[in-house]
Design a protein around this ligand. Sequence first.
Ligand SMILES: [Zn+2]
Length: 241
Amino acid sequence: MEVLFLGTGNAVNMSGRGQQSLLVERRVLVDFGPTALFNLVRFHGGAEDIDHLVLTHFHGDHIAGIPFLLLWLRDVARRTEPFTIWGGSGVDLRIGALMEATYPDIPLGFPLEFRVLRPRESISLADTGCTVAAFAMDHKPESLGYRITAGGRTLAVSGDTAPGPHLEALLEGVDMGVIEGTLTEPLPGVPHLDRASIAALASVVAPTPLAVIHTDDATKAILAVAIPGLLFPGDGETLTL
Ligand SMILES: [Zn+2]
């Protein structure tokens, strides 16, 4: 399985990293932050063969690139086939509102479909060879983590989340986990992972490799010293599992 990291940074581009986006098996996008189309064009050449986008939650650093992706599909790819956006409850309303706020006057010319995923639901994206299973995360009410399986290999992606047993359930038995590394120390009321919670998680799921994104270089330096063995892919990097 091939995972191209299109954006490995936090919401505010610290350390010059793009906001969160991954491309799995060259066919399935996970999250699409404001910088994602820029990096998709740079590192993958565009979105020609991509039919599916899966969203972890509806914060802007995970969805705000979608209007530009849809414009690219319309104007560059001259797309006529459906494009499907999968996400938690409200995905149609939230992404519909985003399009309404940005390009209400531009018909897409291809069917844009929305599909709600519920925790514990598993779907097969037959045309991509991937299956996607949703797990409830702890960040926003709609937050989901995903297991994506293709060719006998399974990737887990947490999206943004506070620590807890839900993460251990998501990561149990997978071939690689992609987790967030937003904080060094916990902040009250801020539902993100930090050094101590990532260290505890890494020891529970060992030897499963963990790739840390949604981070910055200063946080990365602290996490790398405290927790040996973590992976820190950069924008444009591909990991194969
Ligand atoms: Zn985020």
